[in-house]
Design a protein around this ligand. Structure first.
Ligand SMILES: [Zn+2]
Length: 258
């Protein structure tokens, strides 16, 4: 195990880098909101990231999920054995997390691209972190209501279907930040871009919808983007969205399966 990269990005707001994936910690007094949880092999890193901030897993008020891919929910079953807390996401993504269906790039999708720059080193790192393990989260439930959640950070869910059908971003109006999951990222070992861009189309269930979902993010009042992959990005969301659109590959503009 390495150590997690914990960066304070705003008041009570921390971006943590694990195995090629981020999670977000929001603190208020003793209580913690955790958004996403890394790969299965990131469990100790998640606990360590809480520890360096003076918290324990028992202090998790809730875990919020952007989407139920293995790199974002992987350590959840392990964390749930350490402490009881609710797990929330959109209704559709809760079904995905419970594995009533699966919308994830297969090992074959990845193997077919292994010759590309960065892919081999990345795929070795993520397989060590348990990328091919089967994880389901039977505890995942829809949000208790609409609007800001009564949790540290007062996150506001923003539905952004595309990368997965129930993908959800979280707006943090109090600190002017936006947690984007994989709806908008700023870096990935398999990507040639740094700064705001979309994930490679083969990672997304519906690449055209992923591109369209940027429209939902565009009007949000935030100047700090906390992505699922890559460093924090400072600048108006509107500009970040414009850049991501510009960089979208032609494949991202086509409906799935063409
Ligand atoms: Zn991801």
């Amino acid at each position: 195990m390495g150590s997690p990269t914990v960066t304070q990005v705003a008041d009570g707001t921390y971006l943590v880098g694990g195995t090629e994936v981020n999670w977000i910690v929001l603190t208020e007094g003793d209580a913690v909101t955790l958004i996403d949880t890394g790969y299965p092999g990131d469990e100790e890193l998640v606990v360590e990231s809480l520890r360096v901030l003076g918290h324990r897993p028992e202090q998790i008020a809730a875990v919020l999920i952007t989407h139920a891919h293995i790199d974002h929910v992987g350590s959840l079953p392990g964390l749930l054995r350490r402490g009881a807390f609710p797990v929330h996401t959109s209704e559709q993504e809760a079904r995905h997390a419970r594995r009533e269906f699966l919308e994830q790039a297969t090992a074959l999708d990845i193997v077919k691209r292994i010759w590309r720059p960065g892919h081999l080193r990345w795929s070795l790192a993520i397989s060590r972190a348990g990328a091919s393990r089967h994880v389901s989260v039977p505890e995942a439930r829809p949000f208790p209501g609409a609007g800001p959640l009564d949790l540290p950070g007062r996150p506001v869910p923003v539905l952004t279907p595309g990368h997965t059908s129930g993908h959800t971003c979280y707006h943090l109006p109090e600190v002017g930040a936006l947690v984007t999951g994989d709806a908008l990222i700023t870096g990935h070992p398999t990507s040639r871009f740094s700064g705001p861009h979309l994930v490679a189309p083969f990672f997304s269930h519906d690449p055209a919808a992923t591109l369209a979902a940027l429209t939902v993010l565009e009007p949000l009042d935030a100047d700090l983007i906390l992505p699922g992959h890559g460093p924090a990005h400072r600048g108006p969301v509107k500009q970040a969205v414009a850049l991501a659109r510009e960089r979208a590959t032609p494949a991202a503009r086509k409906p799935r399966g063409r």
